[in-house]
Design a binder for this molecule. Structure first.
Ligand SMILES: Nc1ncnc2c1ncn2[C@@H]1O[C@H](COP(=O)(O)OP(=O)(O)O)[C@@H](O)[C@H]1O
Ligand SMILES: O=P(O)(O)OC[C@H](O)CO
Length: 492
């Protein structure tokens, strides 16, 4: 058996497969962007079949690029966009509907109703989450209530549901494994994070039959074996992408934090074996379970980060490539008083305002495409500052530094502005693919392929540090102007 590990990273906008060696270097990779479907206002869907095809293709392509046979691969790790749900037929494996994506707000009124009926406190106590359409439970109920006959078939045990990891695992193992890991389970609103099991009261509240649900395993575990990549390969690691990035950044100690800027932005602070309960509407969630030890995290979830940049490209057409925003922002002496509130799908932490809608403020005839691009980048930094303030308000103490990764972290101008607005050092590792690396590390740990993989820190090699350089008067003024804009967006 070789010591290479294949990581499958199924994100919101693209599916990637990466082969890592034991020194955590990327040996080969393949990536495919896929279609986003917006069938109605606030609805977001993915074609699960397209995701599956891309998963197989990118895995095969990455292996071919590295000239690898299955014998060279010690194990596979899977990491995925979280909360997104797929419903399928256990007998045929066919999906019954498009995947309903984490950003989808179609169940907002159901959540508002449950809140009005006083269920928030119980749900929060058991899951660490809030009653928000972001999470899986109300999406599953919507599928069962909308697809003719689905609820009855689910009760009879004929259907299976899963987050994307579970769906891919099922397909890779040709229906032999219906499993997930604790991190993905902890995002469904159905999982008791204290007892670490599906919670019967929550299944009843959200009207989800237990027969639909996967078995819940540790994040480093034997999930099954695939024979679809040319021979047998064991699948030994699964974690939601944000938790996988925490592992990939080696944030194993209590008090260590990272933020990953992909489609959304997700800041996780490791709280060790203790569940820290936020007073500032941040989430408590499972960071990972490894060797029977569970670590928890406090999470601040931003629904839109890189997605705002993608909108500049695909919606407005003012850029051709995301990286152009760096030069556009840098060429301006200041933001010209232009602010973007990227509440395209409402606002996540710490506001949790489903009704908020996106806004561009401060436009004049002098406003150029560069101002809008800069406002998009700045908005992600301002939102991060709101999360950091919430974490500090919860008593987390002042952060010494913040580790960043994900596609948008490649933008130097953004990282510097982030350091300026937070007034703390921002650290960026050489490898921004920490999500995939985290999945690989979990699989390597369980399969024994990489000795001591969880003990060796990420190391300073290639780490780039962005030191804060903005004067405090300017920082305070910009932050106040941002707060004014976000207040107005919440009234919209
Ligand atoms: N240089 C850049 N500057 C700003 N945003 C970027 C840059 N490169 C990529 N992005 C944004 O990052 C996102 C892609 O990051 P990725 O980690 O692949 O996301 P996901 O896993 O959610 O699909 C896209 O939304 C893209 O617009
Ligand atoms: O696709 P990403 O990387 O923005 O991550 C999506 C999150 O997992 C949603 O909770």
């Amino acid at each position: 058996m070789g010591d290479l590990v294949l990581a499958i990273d199924q994100g919101t906008t693209s599916t990637r497969a990466l082969v890592f060696d034991a020194s955590r270097r990327v040996v080969a990779s393949a990536q495919r962007e896929f279609a986003q479907h917006y069938p109605a206002d606030g609805w977001v869907e993915h074609d699960a079949e397209e995701i599956w095809r891309d998963t197989l293709q990118t895995s095969r392509d990455a292996m071919a690029k590295a000239d690898l046979s299955p014998a060279g691969i010690a194990a596979i790790g899977i990491t995925n966009q979280r909360e997104t749900v797929v419903l399928w037929d256990r007998a045929t494996g066919e999906t019954l509907h498009n995947a309903i994506v984490w950003q989808d707000r179609r169940t907002a009124s159901v959540c508002a109703g449950l809140k009005a009926d006083g269920h928030q406190a119980f749900v929060h106590e058991r899951t660490g989450l809030l009653l928000d359409p972001y999470f899986s439970a109300t999406k599953i109920a919507w599928l069962l209530d909308t697809i003719p006959g689905a609820r009855e078939r689910a009760e009879r045990g004929e259907l299976a549901v899963g987050t994307i990891d579970t769906f891919l695992l099922w397909r890779l193992t040709e229906g032999r494994s219906h499993k997930t890991d604790v991190t993905n389970a902890s995002r469904t609103l159905l999982f008791d994070i204290v007892q670490q099991r599906w919670c019967p009261e929550l299944l009843k509240l959200f009207r989800v039959p237990a027969a639909l649900l996967p078995e819940v395993c540790a994040s480093a575990d034997h999930f099954g074996t695939t024979n679809l990549l040319g021979g047998n390969i064991a699948i030994c690691g699964i974690a939601g992408d944000q938790q996988a990035a925490l592992v990939g950044q080696s944030c194993f100690a209590q008090g260590q934090a990272k933020i990953t800027y992909g489609t959304g932005g997700f800041m996780l602070l490791n709280t060790g074996e203790t569940i820290a309960r936020s007073r500032s509407r941040l989430l408590s969630t499972i960071a990972y379970r490894i060797d029977s030890v569970t670590h928890y995290a406090v999470e601040g979830s931003l629904f839109v980060a890189g997605a705002a940049i993608k909108w500049l490209r695909d919606g407005l057409g003012i850029i051709l490539e995301a990286r152009q925003t760096q030069e556009m922002a840098a060429r301006l002496p200041d933001n010209g008083g232009v602010y973007m509130v990227p509440a395209f799908v409402g606002l996540g932490a710490p506001h949790w305002c489903t009704e908020a809608r996106g806004m561009l403020a401060g436009l004049t005839f002098d406003t150029s495409a560069a101002h809008i691009a800069r406002a998009a980048l700045e908005s992600v930094a301002f939102q991060t500052a709101d999360l950091v303030a919430a974490m500090e308000g919860d008593g987390a103490g002042a952060l010494a530094a913040l580790r960043v990764d994900g596609g948008m972290a490649a933008n130097d101008w953004f990282c510097q502005f982030l350091a300026d607005i937070l007034d703390i050092v921002v650290e960026r590792p050489a490898n921004l693919e920490t999500t995939a690396l985290g999945a690989a590390m979990l699989a390597a740990h369980h399969s024994g392929a990489w000795a001591g993989v969880l003990d060796n820190g990420i190391g300073a090699a290639g780490l780039k540090r962005f030191e804060p350089a903005m004067d405090s008067e300017q920082r305070v003024r910009l932050t106040q102007e941002w707060r004014g804009a976000i207040r107005r967006a919440m009234l919209s």
